[in-house]
Design a protein around this ligand. Structure first.
Ligand SMILES: C[S@@+](CC[C@H](N)C(=O)[O-])C[C@H]1O[C@@H](n2cnc3c(N)ncnc32)[C@H](O)[C@@H]1O
Length: 250
């Protein structure tokens, strides 16, 4: 599922110097999109360790890797302190949209930095839906969908401002920050960003928390209605800010 956010992740991986032959851990791999990017990037001589605390997510990564014909990923159930033989010797650790769920991000980063060799890289991609102005044109459906996601994350105790906290988490964990970058995920009338896919994936959580009803979401038609709303207003809107930061273990 290549999209604008994946492009930003790829740019972060390239600029952080992650390349052929490296051994890299993907923490909180979820369905494995970042692990797959890493697997292609490090190539046959490299190795990816895809780690998630949720075995169902790991299973999805395994399926997606199989579909993609990728064989250089090792799947490991665990958290930031996951133990495996290569721990301590890795060239890099990467995480996307995972620090925001940790109650103590500095502690989580410090735990992970143990997994990396001296001189290795630690890179995180986190997003921020709070600081977005909703644009010049009124897009009520977009505002409503964004408010569902914000409310879900807030009720789950996630840090909606993690992007702004990346520098302090990395430096407090004793790492030397090389760059913090923020970009906007911009939706134009013709943009092809899978909001419907994202809402479908989190629908059980939205329903469980009582934020939406299935009828209100109408997930089958959601992407079409969002696109129609942007097209009718010929509107461009900022969907979310995306923060990327990388640091080195000195
Ligand atoms: C929003 S998903 C992001 C998935 C993936 N990184 C991506 O960007 O496509 C967050 C993932 O982090 C995992 N996760 C959250 N906290 C974790 C922890 N402490 N240790 C391991 N995995 C964790 C969740 O199980 C979930 O799969």
């Amino acid at each position: 599922m290549p999209n604008y956010v994946d492009e930003m992740t790829e740019r972060m991986l390239a600029d952080a110097g992650i390349g052929p032959g490296m051994r890299v851990l993907d923490i909180g791999c979820g369905p494995g999109w970042v692990a797959l990017m890493l697997a292609r990037r490090v190539g046959d001589q490299g190795q990816v360790f895809a780690v998630d605390q949720n075995p169902k997510m790991l299973e999805l990564t395994r399926e997606n890797a199989k579909k993609a014909g990728v064989s250089n990923i090792t799947f490991i159930e665990g958290g930031f302190d996951v133990a495996f033989p290569e721990r301590g010797t890795l060239d890099a650790v990467v995480g996307r949209r995972v620090l925001m769920y940790q109650s103590d991000a500095t502690r989580a980063v410090a735990q992970l930095s143990d997994a990396v060799r001296r001189g290795g890289v630690i890179a995180f991609h986190e997003h921020d839906m709070v600081e977005i102005s909703d644009g010049q044109t009124s897009l009520p459906l977009h505002d409503r969908v964004r408010s569902w996601l914000r409310e879900m994350l807030r009720l789950e105790g996630a840090n909606l401002r993690m992007g702004f906290d990346l520098y302090s988490a990395l430096t407090s964990a004793g790492l030397a920050v090389e760059r913090v970058r923020a970009e906007a995920n911009v939706l134009t009338p013709t943009a092809d960003y899978p909001i419907g896919w994202i809402i479908r994936a989190v629908l059980p959580r939205l329903l469980h928390l009582g934020i939406v009803t299935e009828a209100e979401v109408d997930v089958e038609t959601l992407d079409d209605r969002l696109t129609a709303e942007r097209k009718a207003a010929n509107a461009t809107c900022l969907w979310e800010m995306v923060f990327c930061a990388w640091a080195r273990k000195t």
